[in-house]
Design a protein around this ligand. Structure first.
Ligand code: C5P
Length: 219
């Protein structure tokens, strides 16, 4: 029940890590449970939005009321997101790997006795948030996350500009916070207008409040 302020609106949300293959059995990845992104997708749907969640590999179940597209690599995530535009809302929560292996090994790299470890040449992945934020089909509300271990506020401000976002949700992911992989989150909202610190909340409560913030911003 409840009000549906996002009825008739479309949203695309990214969540989880990406896996960038090194060879058929190995990959490079960031840490991400997908909990926060999945909760945001569900919260937007509860407010009436037509939500597509583009998820990297996670172990948590697909959220209810949401169309889920499962991807593995950043390039696939970007394609899936761009295919959903135009949309009213984009919330990019995924912990996208910054780099992938430049030339894919189609066979498993074998240990070579006496030769030491193989060198890995990396190349930069596309920045999905930045691409969406500067797209000619840019959604009305573009939200990004910033997982920082220091200078949360100043790094968030720089990110807001660089990525073309309306809002950066910044959090301190220092190991002692327990946020990575945990169920709670303590965030700061950084916009062109300033900074707002939210109290320590469950990831579900952060998601509900964020969906409300987005609905207010859109109307
Ligand atoms: O630059 P940084 O990785 O700290 O930025 C984090 C924000 O940018 C998050 O919203 C993340 O989902 C997004 N991002 C992205 N594609 C990348 C890297 C980050 O969408 N390749």
């Amino acid at each position: 029940g409840g009000a549906k302020p996002l009825a008739g609106r479309t949203a695309v949300v990214t969540s989880g890590p990406t896996h960038e293959p090194i060879d058929p059995v190995r990959y490079i990845a960031n840490r991400s449970s997908g909990r926060q992104g999945h909760a945001i997708a569900a919260a937007l749907a509860r407010l009436g939005a037509d939500v597509t969640l583009v998820s990297g590999p996670v172990t948590i179940p697909d959220p209810k009321g949401v169309k889920v597209i499962h991807v593995e690599q950043a390039a696939e995530m970007l394609d899936a997101v761009l295919a959903r535009l135009p949309a009213d809302i984009a919330v990019m929560v995924a912990a996208v790997a910054d780099w992938r292996v430049a030339t894919l090994n189609t066979e498993k790299i074998k240990k070579q006795p006496g030769e030491g470890p193989p060198p890995l040449m990396l190349t930069e992945n596309p920045d999905i948030l930045k691409t969406v934020g500067h797209s000619d089909k840019r959604p009305t509300v573009v939200v990004g996350f910033a997982a920082e271990t220091q200078d949360v506020e100043s790094n968030g401000r720089v990110k807001l500009q660089k990525k073309g976002a309306d809002l950066i949700v910044a959090n301190d992911v220092s190991p002692e916070t327990g946020i990575m992989g945990g169920t709670r989150n303590s965030v700061k909202l950084i916009t062109a207008e300033g900074i707002e610190a939210w109290p320590d909340l469950s990831k579900e409560d952060v998601a509900d409040r964020l969906a409300g913030w987005i609905a207010t911003r859109l109307t």
